[in-house]
Design a protein around this ligand. Structure first.
Ligand code: NAD
Ligand code: ZN
Length: 341
């Protein structure tokens, strides 16, 4: 099933939910979104439908097995059926979590998303990967379950904290390297709505071609293998970690042009921060290597697929052994410690 991605006004979201072809709605709304937008999302206006409302704890906290069980039991107790439809309103944490609930409850019901963070508008809400976290790592319990609709409303960005905006921009930066059209919009400082739509449509195109990530979809992991390690080591927001993950892969396997492009795009997109998280510190080779070897994207015990960019719009996956990565990090660690953008 292909997801319908559309732009909607804040005041029309409830109407869109009301038009869904079901008599039962499971509504999962991020705690922060509810505190900012409850007055704009008047559930009582959804006529002739039973609406079961579940407020999600703030952000990433919800992606755990206990909340998963709580939500599932709550919905089942209230009485639902196979034609019920789940609607998630929130950032990527809520869409990952709620999408996983939709994928599993009654062996799967249809669902739609209203992404409210920049990161979820350009990335997390698109493509049907849904998951919660395990004690052993992020997103290790999950499924593929395409949403029926993604309703994008950029007005939500008005209340998004700056640090979360910057994080979303890290993913936008990634898309700029994968697609020339998106690069061009970013460099020309096009309105954010245009950039969001271009990223969302680009991701949809790739995920439609390769739903289960056996081929072309893998390029969306640009910056992510190192990024996940940095996110964990330095406790960084996801998109910021992806940006530094790209910087790292470009520094050790890429070109000077990659780095110049990242600087130009970072300025055009107003992404703050010049110093990498490892700046002037001991470069954490061991921690990075340990994390890389746990990455669920590893396809063999001794190697990992990394995404490389020859030039804007020309990315490919290359297999690198852990030994090769460790050696190149050792060789470059002193230079990396001093490097700034
Ligand atoms: N499924 C995928 O393909 C995919 C892709 C990328 C990321 N993800 C997942 O997405 C999650 C990260 O998403 P995220 O960055 O949106 O984080 P998030 O959902 O945790 O949201 C970040 C913070 O912003 C708040 N927030 C969200 N929208 C807001 C708004 N409009 N106004 C005020 N506050 C708002 C949230 O409450 C939270 O505190 C991670 O769990 C990651 O694994 C999934
Ligand atoms: Zn990402």
């Amino acid at each position: 099933m292909k997801t319908a991605i559309r732009n909607v006004e804040l005041e029309n979201i409830i109407d869109e939910i009301g038009k869904l072809d079901t008599d039962t709605i499971l509504l999962v709304v991020d705690h922060q979104i509810w505190s900012h937008y409850a007055k704009d999302l008047v559930i009582e206006k959804i006529e002739n439908k039973k609406v079961i409302f579940w407020k999600s704890p703030d952000g990433e906290k919800v992606k755990n097995i206990n909340d998963f069980q709580n939500a599932i039991e709550f919905f089942l107790e209230k009485g639902i059926h196979r034609n019920a439809h789940l609607v998630a309103i929130g950032g990527g944490a809520v869409s990952d979590f709620a999408g996983f609930v939709a994928a599993t409850i009654l062996r799967g019901i249809s669902w739609s998303v209203v992404p409210t963070s920049l990161l979820s508008m350009v990335d997390a809400s698109i493509g049907g990967k849904v998951a919660i976290n395990s004690k052993s790592g992020k997103n290790l319990i999950g499924a593929y379950h395409m949403p029926q609709n993604v309703w994008i409303c950029s007005k939500f960005l008005g209340t998004l904290p700056e640090v979360e905006k910057a994080s979303g921009m890290g993913e936008v930066l990634k898309y700029c390297f994968l697609d020339y059209g998106i690069y061009d919009l970013a460099i020309k400082k096009a309105p954010i709505e245009q950039i969001i739509n271009a990223c969302a449509n680009y991701k949809q195109k790739l995920t439609d071609e390769d739903f289960k990530e056996t081929g072309i979809r893998k390029i969306l992991n640009l910056g992510h293998s190192f990024g996940h390690a940095l996110e964990f080591i330095y406790n960084l927001p996801h998109g910021e970690a992806v940006m530094w993950g790209m910087v790292l892969v470009f520094k050790i396997f890429g070109s000077e042009k990659n780095i110049n492009d990242i600087i130009a795009l970072k300025n055009a997109l107003n992404i703050p921060g010049k110093n990498p998280p490892w700046f002037n510190k001991e470069f954490p080779i061991d921690k990075i290597m340990t994390y890389l070897q746990k990455d669920k994207k590893i396809s063999a015990l001794s190697s990992i697929d990394l995404v490389m960019v020859n030039d804007i719009g020309n990315a490919q996956v290359e297999r690198k052994t852990f030994e090769e990565i460790q050696n190149v990090l050792e060789t470059n660690k002193d230079e990396l410690r001093k490097f700034t953008l």
